[in-house]
Ligand binder design. Structure first.
Ligand code: FAD
Length: 387
């Protein structure tokens, strides 16, 4: 047993209540048995394990803050633990619970929430979040080309979406489309069995291979006005969801680093060269300590941000800097971890290659590193450099 086996070098978990600590341990136990042993196989096969969904439902992890009353620190640490076990499964949850459920919780009317949330929380219905388009990625605000046209009590939606996680098998997807009447981006809950909806899996990914991302085509899709999210009437509304989910991605960057540190440290202690463990060489210890420093500085930032969230004080630019900073540290940490495994660092048998590859998706989604840097730059200079 190695010292600091849990990786919690500054005892941040002591800030949780006893109930939260117990619950986190229960979730860790689930991840150790139901996710971690299978994660590399799923990743190599590039197929989402649908039989995991009822088990996740039974674990009852949906909407930990709003529904279950846990702190934002608990929710963040839980997301980091999911990622530490497998970034693809964490991303599946990030899409279903974060982006999709977050859209409903934040932007649907009380009546809509009452009708839809029970099936969403129990995971009877799985959701996806359709914002990015083939021609509108970083510039989603101005670049949304998917249109919604009001006709009587319905909307006719036409367009295309790209990269939409879970959308190959989800029951529902929230589609963001530009209203032709007022030019504003609005949100709609779309049933994926509707005529005019089609989703094609994006193949040959080098990251998050277990997550099924899709290209979606929407062709004269008819959605009743009851399915227009009543609070989703401009991109500013959509941004309320992204502000929160961006933080989950920063927590993923923490989880990725914890995973890389776990694997690299164990390998360095067990593997021998020149008749000694790798961990006995000063240059190797230095790399492990740099990995640890990156991990705990990312974690420390996120802990403070979670407290600000609990107080309702977290700002957009604080989420943006957190995403930019933690994912940059993550990229350094996983690269050091990969090199510490030498040749074994490039085969998925040793886990590190999966962690290293997945980092590239975490670095780019939910606002790339550059865009989150520019959002922060705008906040500290008062000058927008990207519009
Ligand atoms: P682009 O916007 O084309 O950017 C390309 C490069 O140019 C980037 O480096 C970017 O930083 C840089 N760049 C662009 N504009 C500027 C500028 N003004 N200044 C400086 N640099 C700039 N979207 C969803 O809606 N739902 C999902 O479920 C979803 N899941 C995803 C899962 C994965 C695995 C991936 C890879 C993406 C997912 N996305 C999803 C989309 C993701 O959010 C976008 O990929 C991301 O926002 C970047 O957009 P883009 O890929 O079009 O890149």
């Amino acid at each position: 047993n190695l010292p600091y086996a849990d990786g919690d070098f500054y005892s941040f978990e002591a800030l949780l209540s006893q109930k939260e600590r117990d619950r986190l341990e229960e979730i860790r136990q689930f991840l150790r048995t139901e996710v971690k042993p299978h994660a590399t196989g799923w990743w190599n096969d590039s197929t989402f394990p649908k039989d995991l969904i009822p088990k996740l439902a039974e674990l009852d992890v949906m909407s930990p803050v709003r529904r279950q009353g846990y702190s934002n620190l608990f929710a963040g640490l839980m997301h980091a633990e999911f990622t530490r076990a497998d970034t693809s499964i964490a991303t599946f949850m990030g899409v279903h619970d974060g982006l999709f459920t977050g859209s409903i919780e934040e932007l649907a009317s009380p009546e809509q929430q009452e009708a839809w949330l029970p099936d969403i929380y129990s995971m009877k219905k799985i959701g996806a979040f359709g914002l990015t388009e083939p021609l509108g990625g970083s510039d989603v605000a101005g670049g949304t080309r998917t249109t919604a046209r009001r006709e009587g009590d319905s909307w006719i939606i036409n367009g295309a979406k790209r990269w939409i996680g879970n959308a190959t098998f989800s029951d529902w997807v929230v589609i963001y489309a530009r209203d032709l009447a007022d030019n504003q981006v609005k949100g709609f809950l779309v049933d994926t069995t509707l005529k005019g909806y089609s989703a094609t899996k994006i193949e040959n990914k080098i990251a998050l291979r277990t997550v099924e991302n899709a290209d979606i085509t929407l062709e004269n899709l008819v959605v009743h006005d009851d399915f227009h999210l009543k609070g989703a009437n401009s991109f500013k509304d959509t941004n309320k969801v992204l502000k929160v989910t961006r933080l989950s991605v920063a927590w993923q960057a923490v989880g990725q680093q914890l995973a890389a540190f776990d694997v690299a440290r164990r390998y360095a202690v067990e593997r021998h060269q020149f008749g000694r463990p790798l961990a006995s060489f000063q240059l190797v210890q230095q790399q492990l300590v740099e990995m640890l420093g990156n991990t705990v500085s990312s974690l420390g930032m996120m802990v403070r941000l979670a407290q600000l969230e609990d107080e309702g004080q977290a700002k957009d630019e604080q989420s943006a800097l957190a995403k930019a900073f933690t994912t940059a540290r993550m990229r350094e940490t996983v690269a050091m971890g990969r090199s510490l495994l030498g040749g074994n660092g490039i085969v998925t048998d040793y886990e590190m290659a999966k962690i290293f590859s997945d980092a590239e998706a975490v670095y780019s989604y939910e606002g790339t590193h550059e865009i989150n840097t520019l959002v922060t730059g705008r906040a500290i200079t008062g000058i927008a450099a990207f519009v």
